[in-house]
Design a protein around this ligand. Sequence first.
Ligand code: C6P
Length: 409
Amino acid sequence: MKIDPTTIRKDFPILNQRVNDEPLIYLDNAATTQKPISVLERVAAFYQHDNANVHRGVHTLANRATIAYENSRDTVKDFIHASKRQEVIFTKGTTQSLNWVAKGFASKILKPGDNIVVSPMEHHSNLVPWQQVAHETGANLVYLPMTKDGRIDLESFKHVLGPKDKLLAITHASNVLGTVNPIRKLADVMHQNKGYIVVDGAQAVPHMPVDVTDLNCDFYCFSGHKMLAPTGIGILYGKFDLLDQLTPQEFGGEMIQTVGDFQSTFADLPYRLEGGTPNISGAVGIKAAIDYLQSVGMTEIASYEKKLTDVVLPVLKTIPGIEVYGPDQRTAVFSFNITGIHPHDVATAFDMEGIAVRAGHHCAQPLMRHLGIDSSVRASFYFYNTPAEAKHFLETIPVVKEFFGNGLI
Ligand code: C6P
């Protein structure tokens, strides 16, 4: 199916509003995405008709809620091509998923002197947990080499990789640069080295087909809210045997088999890792979101966003006084600075024109230092954004520059 944004936008009523007297152009999709009516209605319908706790009751509503929750797990499994439903764990989001892998798995396998390898483009959520694990285990945190335009230098990585490099934690797609990393190749290299690869998929799963089996990653983490689902729901995927070694980070109801006075035994996967009442409506929402994404088509979404990138990037790069960060091959994420104007001022001026962009360090302070900046402006697109919006965004840059005296004041 070819994407027709006019039809698609009818499903996203929030986009049809004026902000500061201008039609809203929402370009902050890397932060969170808007929700289609089908997701909103599905969540409301769950609460109106089926709401109950899961895996506990025998009554009809409890059964309906459990079926809805477990159906969602099957939908996620098929969406990311996991081989078993037990490999899909519901979490709060990418941050929690990554923390659980770091605390529950990596801390057990790492020894003093081992290396945890990360890239300079990691979001803090895929960095701070590894710093913590490094402190706790005596492992070292080492950074992959990165090219000037923000790509992983695979050849030099292969060259420097040694037996101490036990775990690579890397993003699939950068939230700042739009770089898409070669996960399968990196996984092969790590596995040849008898190491593991943990992937932060927060900015990839919403925008391209992802097949975790084909990527051969050991763990893969992502958030629902960046792919049309509500906030507070996310996924931890892990290969069964590895997930089975992961120590639960939350103990209590739901995750046990038997509880004695002084010790307990734990349930099998996936329940062992889902202690307490889970985010049931979130699971219902992520299923509805995936159903919507699949009705549009992930391949179609990826190629539509590539077209938007082809509209934006060549023009953005030629605007005088603008520095654009990241490679030519990228997702539809554009981070840039305008000489002499603070990114927060730029974002405020965009907002006055009805355009929502993000400014700041984007939770990637090491990357900012690598780029030699403190912060940047970021415009991030999704498949409901139109080429006309992309053009209007570009046309607004000179307006913003002029408003601030072209950065000369
Ligand atoms: N990035 C952004 O504006 P959570 O908050 O757990 O849903 O996702 C964290 C996260 C992890 N990895 C990457 C690559 C991300 O982009 C994010 C979230 C948002 O860029 C909010 S800082």
